[in-house]
Design a protein around this ligand. Structure first.
Ligand SMILES: C[S@@+](CC[C@H](N)C(=O)[O-])C[C@H]1O[C@@H](n2cnc3c(N)ncnc32)[C@H](O)[C@@H]1O
Length: 215
């Protein structure tokens, strides 16, 4: 079985197969939404010029992915759940992330949704995040077109997890989840299939650990 507290440059599906039923307390995931290179719409976005990134975001995960995710984890929080409704049961326990954008004046979504398996009420979290800009989370370099703020992951962990838990992120992207796991103190495992992002996250984790040592 793969070691915990590590990031792997692997396809998450065959990797999940290795784990026993309900091994993880929580799956906190953000799979591809299958909406294509939407970030290319913005000429201001530096990803428009990015050469080494071959990321396409053209397909959503398979039924098998969701079967494995539900098998290996006790509870799940799935960003972009609105793209995967064919695989998710109806629930009132969604999380709505309000990005505090200039309402009505942006071509980008003002909120994002996360489906959860919890029996809780629907919650709204207000954390400013403006695409290519960094919102209030200053000093954070953007390395992924769908990068989410660390603050958002921290908000979720504080309400839906405990430091004693084992947490899996199958689609790590920029690694904001991993930085939050490190600060939270839980056991974790992360998968990122794209080498470009994997290398970026590895650097981000190293820098974060260095900062923690300096403090
Ligand atoms: C929506 S992004 C995640 C963004 C992330 N939440 C963040 O804050 O940066 C999805 C990521 O999943 C990765 N991915 C796609 N299929 C995968 C797979 N089968 N296994 C592991 N990673 C995968 C993509 O390369 C992409 O970086």
């Amino acid at each position: 079985m793969l070691e915990l507290n590590k990031l792997y440059n692997l396809d998450c599906l065959p990797a999940m197969v290795e784990f026993p039923d309900k091994f993880f307390d929580l799956a906190l995931v953000d799979p591809d939404y299958g909406i294509g290179n939407t970030w290319n719409k913005s000429r201001k976005d530096r990803f428009f010029k990015m050469r080494d990134c071959t990321y396409k975001n053209n397909e959503i995960p398979s039924r098998k992915y969701f079967e494995e995710l539900f098998r290996v984890s006790e509870n799940q929080i799935i960003f972009g759940g609105n793209y995967f409704t064919e695989f998710l049961r109806p629930t009132n326990s969604w999380i709505i992330w309000d990005k505090e954008r200039d309402a009505g004046k942006t071509y980008m979504s003002e909120v994002e949704l996360a489906w959860t398996s919890f029996k809780k009420v629907m919650r709204i979290v207000h954390i400013q995040w403006d695409g290519a800009k960094k919102g209030k989370e200053t000093g954070i370099k953007k390395i992924h077109p769908f990068q989410k703020p660390i603050k958002l992951y921290k908000w979720i962990l504080a309400r839906y997890a405990k430091p004693s838990m084992k947490i899996i992120d199958t689609h790590v992207g920029s690694g904001s989840s991993i930085i939050s796991f490190l600060d939270f103190g839980c056991d974790w495992i992360g998968f990122e299939i794209d080498e470009y992002f994997y290398k970026g996250v590895t650097k981000r984790i190293e820098n974060h650990k260095l900062q923690l040592r300096i403090k």
